[in-house]
Every structure is written in structure tokens, then in C-alpha cells.
Design a protein around this ligand. Structure first.
Ligand SMILES: [Zn+2]
Length: 473
């Protein structure tokens, strides 16, 4: 036992007692037997066409990209140790711009939220930064708050210390359950809604920045936020400048003298003498004056070739070792090193760098609400600040960062909340056709004069437009 395999380069350690050599050999065997099978499962490929025939149920899922399509072959939550660590670290978060700051710093008006599948009230309010003791107090006091239904709207108001002041639960079109702070507890009462909607037209000319001017002209932060979302694909609101103009036509539901919810009927923004319109159609979506959709469409997959999913999106994944919840905020595609990675939508590269756990990674911001992230890349082919189009090659997949096998971790976030990129609804670019288009164009004819700027109208503009009789030009 004096001579050890020279290939292991350990001859100089020949004085080591023999039992520790057995220990080393034992560990090597463990490594080979346990680690390798796990890893080879992650990178296995299944030919695309065969799986499409075999799995009829999933054949509706593939997205066609160019002349290739992508197929989900296996979609099971893998509770492997490798997966639990491929998460971004806090420093990888997208830096907030001035619009984000403005909307987040608002401490007056209510924050609205529509209940989605899987939501819990504690989760929603905690994520929004509401004081935890208040959330605990509210949910402990009123057990019926566990009965929030998908699609229902809630709103809440916090003070500057994030302490909860009012919580509203919109039970029906008429009734709102209100939970009002009273000392350390909350009092509950029902508020009947009048359903008294009034029309307003609000115009302004930008002197410094859009938010400041929009607020000056009387729009609330929630209304401004809606406008920046509606036109997020047409305009970068940060780039609106002195002399640019806007007009907004909206309905406000009045309860007594104050208004609660608003509905934007039409927006016109003139940037650099170019007009951008968004008008609400009967289907609840906004279109331009020709009935074209305003959203930019997305690719479902960030890849041009087939790949299997080695780990699914899973917000409630349990860490295999600690047993704690360690959400998997994205989808892992088992792709070999060097596979082209594509931007899934038009946008701006806001992060392109190397980081500890995510390896080489890219974050793209699309409009105002959407971000996508691509991690563990072998190579980054874009730079921060670069504008990209849907389908652009942005990098090559790899195995960098805390990753134990080549794969692409892909995330989609809406309003900075991770969603399942394989199932979430993506913005549609479709326009109106047929009857709904002609009805819409009639609507446009009626609303365009309302959206005229004051200087374009001879008669003085009236602030309350409920009986507007201005004629089209
Ligand atoms: Zn992952």
C-alpha cells in the first residue's frame, strides 16, 4: 500500500495512513455513483418531433420560432439540490427608474390589487411592504378575509411608516367591506357604492416631467400609473420633455365628494409633435386610432431550438435540505453550453453582467411592467443600455454561477412579481377586425375631439365632459 496511482498525483503523500486513502477512494465512488446520474438526467435530450406525436396533450404548448418549435417534454418539479441554489441575489434586482420611484413613494392614495390564483392576503400585503403586525392583526381579527376570490379587487392605504390605515375589499359592484384602523385594531363596516360615474377631461403641457405635470393638472397617481401602463409600448415616459402635451378622458366613480376608482377612456400624448393615442374599446382593451393593438407580443420561449424543462416554475418549492420554502422563480431549460438565447420581447437591456449565483446573466425591461432574466450564460452578447427586439440573439447558454449542469434559467416578471413564463398570459399585439373594428372606429370619431388640446379648439374646453357636444373636425 506504499504506492498509490501516480495519475492521482499523490505520491508525495505516501506517508498518509492507509485508512484515509480508503476514505478518499470511498468518496470518489460516492461521487461517481450519486452525482453523475443526477447530472445526466438534467441534460438529456428528447427529439422534438417524436415527442410531439407521443404527447398529444402537450402538443398545443409549443411556440413556433422561425422554422423551429419548442416542446415541453417533462414538466415536473425537481427537488434536486442543484436547483435550489440557482436563484438571483438581491444585488441583481433591476434598478428602479424615476417613474418606479414616484409610484412607490406615493403614501397617500390607495394601492389596488386584483386577486390572482394562489394569492394569499398575507402574501400580497407582505410583498407590498405593509407592516407585518398590521397584516397579522387584520387577518387574525377577520377570518372571513381568507375568502377572497380570484378576480376580486382589494385596495389599501398605508401611512409613511407602511402602517395599514384602511383595507377595502370590493365584494360586489355595490358593496365594499371596509376595514378601518382604530388604535391597534381594525373596525369593519360595509360601504354602499353610489355607482355615480362622472366624466372628466384633463389636459396639460409638460414643463419639467410628465408625472409632475400630470399631478398638477389633477390626475391621481393611480390614474397616471394606468396611463403609463396603457402606452408602455409606445412611449418611454421618462423621455417626454418640455412642450409635450397630453389629454386624458376618464370616468371617475364619485362617492360623496371624493372619487374612488377611475376608468381611462382615452389618452392622447403628443411627444415631439407626434401623437400617440390609446382608446378603450368595448372588449376592455386599448387600441390606437386605427384599431391596432398597443401591446408588443412576446415569444413564449427564449430559445430557437427544442429543449426540455428540467425544473419548472414553483413558488412553493421546498428546499430539499432545509425544508424551507425556496421558490424557483423561473424555468430551467436543459440546453447544452453554447445554445443561442433569444430576447423574448422588445426592450432595453438593464443588466448584463457576471454575478455570484446567477453567473453571467441578462435582465431586459420590456415596457414598464415586464422584465425577463436569462441566467448561467456562457457568453453575454449585449451590453447594458442596449435596445433589443423580440427574437434577437442576446447570449449563449452555459453553466456559470451556482449551477451544476449546463442549463438556461429563464424568468418572467410582471410588475416585479415572478410569474410562470410557460403559462402566464402574455401581451397580445392583435388588432380589431370586422364588426368590432367598425364599431371601434365610430367610437374613435366621437372621442378624438374630446382629446383635442385646448389650443386646437375654438370654443373653451369644459372640464366636465358628461354632456360634451364638441363636433369632430
Ligand atoms: Zn432555475
Amino acid at each position: 500500500m506504499q504506492h498509490i496511482d501516480p495519475s492521482k498525483n499523490k505520491t508525495e503523500k505516501s506517508k498518509i495512513p492507509y485508512y484515509s486513502i480508503f476514505g478518499v477512494i470511498f468518496l470518489v465512488f460516492l461521487f461517481v455513483f450519486l452525482w453523475k446520474p443526477l447530472n445526466s438526467a438534467r441534460v438529456a435530450y428528447i427529439p422534438l418531433n417524436k415527442t410531439m406525436e407521443k404527447q398529444g396533450k402537450e402538443a398545443k404548448l409549443p411556440a413556433v420560432i422561425g422554422n423551429a418549435s419548442v416542446e415541453i417534454i417533462q414538466d415536473q418539479p425537481n427537488l434536486t439540490d442543484a436547483e435550489s441554489i440557482d436563484q438571483p441575489i438581491p444585488e441583481d434586482e433591476v434598478v428602479k427608474d424615476e417613474l418606479d420611484e414616484a409610484f412607490e413613494s406615493k403614501d397617500s392614495g390607495p394601492t389596488y390589487y386584483t386577486i390572482a390564483k394562489g394569492d394569499t392576503l398575507t402574501g400580497i400585503l407582505s410583498q407590498a411592504g405593509v407592516n407585518r403586525n398590521d397584516v397579522y392583526q387584520l387577518t387574525k381579527q377577520f377570518k372571513q378575509l381568507a375568502n377572497l376570490r380570484v378576480g376580486q379587487q382589494i385596495s389599501w392605504v398605508v401611512d409613511e411608516n407602511k402602517s395599514l390605515q384602511v383595507f377595502n375589499w370590493y365584494i360586489s359592484a355595490r358593496d365594499t367591506m371596509v376595514y378601518q384602523r382604530e388604535g391597534d385594531a381594525f373596525a369593519q363596516y360595509t360601504e354602499k357604492r353610489e355607482g355615480n360615474w362622472q366624466a372628466f377631461t384633463i389636459s396639460g403641457q409638460i414643463d419639467n416631467n410628465f408625472i409632475a405635470e400630470a399631478r398638477n393638472s389633477g390626475l391621481t397617481l393611480n390614474e397616471i400609473l394606468s396611463i403609463t401602463k396603457i402606452l408602455q409600448w409606445q412611449l418611454d415616459f421618462r423621455r417626454l420633455k418640455k412642450g409635450d402635451r397630453f389629454t386624458v378622458s376618464l370616468l371617475r366613480e364619485m362617492i360623496g365628494s371624493r372619487h374612488s376608482t377611475s376608468r381611462i377612456l382615452g389618452v392622447r400624448i403628443q411627444n415631439n409633435r407626434r401623437d400617440y393615442y390609446a382608446i378603450l374599446a368595448d372588449d376592455g382593451n386599448y387600441y390606437d386610432v386605427n384599431g391596432m393593438g398597443l401591446a408588443r407580443s412576446f415569444l413564449r420561449y427564449p430559445l430557437a431550438k427544442q429543449a426540455k424543462i428540467s425544473s419548472s416554475f414553483n413558488p412553493r418549492r421546498l428546499h430539499p435540505v432545509t425544508g424551507r420554502i425556496a421558490p424557483h422563480n423561473g424555468v430551467d431549460f436543459a440546453v447544452s453550453r453554447g445554445t443561442p438565447v433569444l430576447a423574448t420581447g422588445d426592450g432595453e437591456v438593464v443588466i448584463a453582467k457576471s454575478s455570484g449565483s446567477a453567473g453571467n446573466f441578462i435582465t431586459i425591461r420590456h415596457g414598464r411592467q415586464y422584465t425577463t432574466r436569462y441566467m448561467h450564460l456562457d457568453k453575454i452578447l449585449v451590453r447594458q443600455g442596449q435596445r433589443v427586439r423580440k427574437g434577437d440573439l442576446i447570449g449563449l447558454s452555459g453553466n456559470t454561477g451556482r449551477s451544476t449542469g449546463p442549463h438556461l434559467h429563464y424568468e418572467l416578471r410582471i410588475d416585479n412579481k415572478p410569474v410562470n413564463p410557460m403559462t402566464s398570459s402574455l401581451p397580445q399585439a392583435e388588432g380589431l377586425t370586422g364588426k368590432s373594428k367598425s364599431a371601434y372606429l365610430e367610437l374613435v370619431k366621437g372621442i378624438k375631439p374630446i382629446l383635442a388640446f385646448p389650443s386646437e379648439i375654438k370654443a373653451p374646453i369644459v372640464n366636465n365632459q358628461s354632456n360634451n357636444t364638441l363636433s369632430a373636425d
